[in-house]
Design a protein around this ligand. Structure first.
Ligand SMILES: Cc1cc2nc3c(=O)[nH]c(=O)nc-3n(C[C@H](O)[C@H](O)[C@H](O)COP(=O)(O)OP(=O)(O)OC[C@H]3O[C@@H](n4cnc5c(N)ncnc54)[C@H](O)[C@@H]3O)c2cc1C
Length: 495
């Protein structure tokens, strides 16, 4: 039964139908008009989805495709959650949130293709930069920094990580015979037990800061192994290399026009079934239908899919309360600390000098740097991920000081031209009320083995989506799509 009135939730369907050009689509959804924000909600639908990120929107589409009525309640005045385009004043679009896709991320790629959003390869032609404390600056071809002091150790540790990850069941990492041991230590503990080389740990920190928004000493070793195991699909086991690499890895490609086109186009297709500015505060399933209380009114549903990051799930009141194990699970899942800092240049000048714009550094504000130029290379953009301890050092500095530190990091890698951008853009996800950090909720030791088994177990008629609940590419856009598909399949089975 379709109860949603086409005019009340989002305003006129005709206005939506007219939104064909990308620019107007983005503008309309990002700066939602009065009708979008204040229209009446339907009183009943079959399924309410809480959260209009990729996972929630995918879930809604899958439920709708089976002929059930659905309503997405999104707290923000825009869709996309951790996916957010930024239009450069100089022209072109970059992403403030999730951006890269790569091999085995088949679900997000298929979805984007279906929605007409194309990918382009991340620029990898030329040399990368490696800046270690011991050796200073080195440039290199390929993916492995040619640091003779770490090469052997790093290769050995990587292959051990891959072997251990390969033994995990991605749907139940806590079931491995060594799970308790691995979950009793951090990645940092394990590294120190297996290498005396401090530089190897520094290199790993250049992976955990952008990848988790966290330090090697914040992450359960089992959680990291699971993350690596998840960096694959049903026919290709996850590997550290696939997770960390640019070409042929998770950072292989980006979306033409920016990744937010994916949620924007899903929202356009869902039309009046997406309600913005509708933060959900309570879900009550004590009597008959599930009552979902939001900032824009109460909606009753047969089933609910919650597709928010764990810290935001924690803030919803559940009646009856969630089982203790799941409550503890999400209480222990904290968001990483991460911001993206982008400097814009008239041209990607480093390319002309034979550099690909990728670099890692052991110190400074720019420890993990990527070429983030738009697909057409109309302007050059260097991106620094400022995460974990680097975020703790620079995240609370004055904007001008942090900008100077980031630009210095770029200049150390690619020359003094980097000190003179025509624009500088940053986005700190720890300051986002409806996300609280990025890119993913991390797990400290003890979390997966003590509470992990409750991660996908429905609570009565409430089902869980969100990238953190995925079994492949958890933490990534692909995981978000997969989790939305899985939650919708659960719900469709019941309806
Ligand atoms: C800086 C950054 C870099 C990243 N890089 C990459 C990358 O390169 N590649 C990649 O694949 N992934 C990347 N990611 C991760 C990727 O963006 C996420 O995995 C994915 O977008 C998560 O989607 P989701 O739908 O699960 O959650 P979200 O996108 O967080 O969506 C949840 C939604 O729920 C809403 N919400 C919260 N509380 C409530 C409430 N009470 N009521 C109603 N709505 C609520 C939020 O507003 C939000 O819209 C990155 C993320 C960030 C932030």
């Amino acid at each position: 039964m379709e109860h949603v009135s086409r005019r009340t939730v989002l305003g006129s369907a005709a206005a939506l139908g007219a939104l064909t050009a990308l620019g107007s689509l983005e503008a309309e959804w990002n700066a939602a008009d009065a009708a979008t924000l204040h229209g009446h909600l339907p009183r009943h639908v079959d399924v309410v989805v809480v959260g209009g990120g990729i996972s929630g929107l995918v879930a809604a589409r899958k439920v709708l495709a089976k002929g059930h009525s659905v309503l997405v309640l999104e707290a923000r005045h825009r869709v996309g959650g951790r996916i957010l385009n930024h239009r450069l004043t100089e022209g072109g679009t970059i992403e403030s949130g999730g951006a890269f896709v790569g091999p085995t991320q088949d679900h997000i790629k298929a979805l984007a293709a279906e929605l007409g959003v194309k990918t382009f390869k991340e620029y990898t032609t030329g040399k990368s930069v490696y800046m270690s404390k011991q050796l200073g600056k080195m440039t290199y071809d390929g993916t492995v920094p040619p640091d003779p002091t770490i090469l052997l150790d790093a290769a050995l540790l990587q292959s051990r990580i891959d072997q251990m990850a390969a033994e995990l069941d991605v749907a139940a990492p806590w079931a491995h015979p060594q799970a308790r041991l691995w979950d009793s230590m951090t990645l940092g503990d394990w590294l120190r037990q297996n290498t005396l080389n401090k530089d190897v740990i520094d290199v790993l920190q250049c992976w955990t800061e952008p990848g988790f928004g966290a330090d090697v000493d914040e992450l359960s070793f089992l959680f990291v192994l699971w993350y690596v195991a998840c960096s694959g699909n049903e026919s290709n086991k996850g590997t550290f290399e696939r997770n960390s690499d640019t070409a042929d890895g998770a950072q292989d490609s980006r979306f033409v026009g920016g990744s937010q086109l994916v949620p924007l186009r899903m929202a356009q297709l869902l039309g009046n079934r997406v309600a913005l500015n509708a933060a959900v505060t309570r879900i009550d399933q004590r009597r008959g239908a599930v009552k979902v209380v939001s900032a824009r009114g109460t909606v009753r549903a047969k089933r609910v899919i919650v597709a928010c990051p764990p810290p935001l799930v924690r803030e919803i009141e559940f009646l009856p309360a969630m089982p203790a194990r799941r409550r503890r699970l999400i209480a222990h899942m904290t968001m990483g600390k991460l911001m993206k800092c982008d400097a814009v240049y008239r041209t990607p000048f480093w390319r002309a000098e034979g550099m690909n714009g990728f670099g890692i550094a052991f110190t400074g504000a720019a420890r993990a740097v990527f070429d983030n130029s738009p697909a057409d290379g109309s302007v050059g953009v260097l991106l620094a991920f400022v995460g974990g301890q680097t975020w703790r050092t620079y995240g609370n500095q004055l904007h001008a000081d942090r900008k100077a530190a980031v630009l210095k990091g770029f200049a150390d890698m690619f020359g003094d031209e980097a000190l003179h951008p025509i624009d500088y853009v940053e986005h700190d996800w720890t300051r986002e009320k409806w996300t609280r950090g990025a890119p993913v909720a991390i797990m400290k030791p003890g979390t997966l083995t003590s509470y992990g088994p409750s991660i996908r177990t429905p609570h009565g008629r409430i089902h869980w989506a969100g990238t953190e609940t995925s079994t492949y590419w958890t933490g990534y856009m692909d995981g978000a799509v997969r989790s939305g598909e899985r939650a919708a399949a659960e719900v469709n089975q019941h309806l």
